[in-house]
Design a protein around this ligand. Sequence first.
Ligand code: BTN
Length: 258
Amino acid sequence: MQNTTFSTLFIGQSFIYLQAVDSTNNYLKVLLSKSEPLAEGTVIMADDQFAGRGQQGNTWLSEPGKNLTFSIYLKPASLNANDQFLLNKAVSIGIWNALQQFVDQGLSIKWPNDIYVFDQKIGGVLIENTLIGNAIKSSIIGIGINVNQQNFSNNGLVRASSLSEILQQDVDRITLLQRICHAIEVQYLRLRSGGIAEQHKEYLRKLYRFAQPSLYKHNEQLFEGMITNVTNGGQLVLISEDGELRFSFKEIEFFNNN
Ligand code: BTN
């Protein structure tokens, strides 16, 4: 493993590298269940994540040694359960900012927090929060970025790609990891110091298909709509010929006709 010094205050200052693990989120969960306290900002990275988990109970497939699969432990004590989506926004903006240092066109955040380049997905985020009452006790931020993988089965609805496929050259995974951790820390600190409104605007500016009339599918019905906002609770707000519509995750599909 090459040098993994992080130029951060806390994210990555404690770093655990694993050759293989089922899921870095699971590994972090087990660590958190032990009695020893874990430093906020601990990062677990695995070269081979053989049972990676995605959103909606999907699996996250990643070719061993080619990509980034890692989890960050955060303790957002000042946020309450209703604020969970603020963390999604801060993390997605951070990832976007780090990737923008490599990709100068077409980078966006697909609601709620997929990372896209034009119409292809290159990364995803799975945030798992533990709540105590109305407080967020701990947050596991699981991040998968397709970095140097060249072959994707692409038999699902979402078309996957990687940074190397887009840039036509390999990217150093550790440099990318350091930049992502740094950029997430910047956004996390910004959130903690009251940057909520600014982050919301920035999230919308970076949002895939924001303010663009596009096709969507709901209950097997195709309709044209335009994203106008995302609610505090994380619902997608669209305007359509039936007026304003709000959707939770799973209720709506972004339609691609190509
Ligand atoms: C998605 O887009 O469905 C979210 C994918 C999240 C994948 C990452 S890889 C590291 C962490 N460990 C997991 O098991 N999942 C997340």
